[in-house]
Write a new protein. Structure first.
Length: 220
């Protein structure tokens, strides 16, 4: 975790640009037809049972089987790769970009990712906390767990092989957890964030400030 955190600069940045860019990628190979235009507002599925479908972004056809792909987040279409209209694309190719307005909770989480010491996934795999760590989390919650360098912290499950992972970083509190046990996480994505004990007051100060600033903005 950085010692020279300029949290005023971080807050100013999120205040001036309270949104994030979400890339929309081709779900598989096929021929693409777009169903939205730049500037359009889009919504994800909604309703108690997600029975109201989200905005259709594009249709992709493979082997004469068309598949409509809907938005998974709300926002505005910021850019579309129109040159791909009617073209064959590869799985994972970027098709468009959504400008997603961040909610207060999302802003807090985004800031925390900047200031916490993150432990990224070394491979695309499924992850589980080590049994003793999980037991401590179950009893008192993640933020009651302190991790030390060399602690066995995770088990990585890949190709039917389980590999123990050891924490290498500054001693601290297991402040944020970004994965669900048993659900695949892409390589490089953060699994958890650690906060050194002496930095906890600063993190709490940031959270309190964000809540106060955005609550004031909501009522302005």
């Amino acid at each position: 975790m950085k010692n020279d955190i300029d949290f005023e600069e971080i807050l100013t940045r999120y205040r001036s640009q309270p949104y994030e860019s979400v890339d929309v990628l081709a779900v598989h190979t096929g021929e693409v037809r777009f169903h939205v235009t730049e500037g359009a507002e889009v919504m994800p599925a909604s309703g108690e049972w997600l029975q109201i479908p989200g905005t259709t972004l594009y249709e992709i056809t493979r082997e004469r089987n068309p598949k409509r792909v809907a938005a998974t987040t709300n926002g505005q279409i910021a850019a579309i790769h129109r040159e791909l209209e009617g073209q064959f694309v590869e799985a994972g190719e970027k098709l468009m970009e959504i400008r997603h307005p961040l909610k207060k909770k999302e802003i807090i989480e985004a800031i925390l990712r900047e200031v916490l010491q993150l432990f990224p996934a070394p491979e695309t795999a499924k992850y589980f906390f080590a049994m003793d760590v999980q037991n401590r989390i179950d009893k008192k919650g993640a933020r009651a767990v302190t991790v030390e360098p060399g602690d066995e912290i995770l088990t990585m499950s890949l190709m039917k092989r389980d590999t123990p992972l050891y924490y290498q970083g500054e001693r601290g509190v297991l402040y944020s957890v970004y994965f669900t046990p048993g659900v695949s996480v892409a390589r490089g994505k953060p699994l958890f964030g650690v906060c050194p004990p002496d930095k906890l007051p600063l993190v709490q100060r940031i959270i309190t400030r964000v809540k106060a600033d955005w609550d004031a903005a909501d009522h302005a």
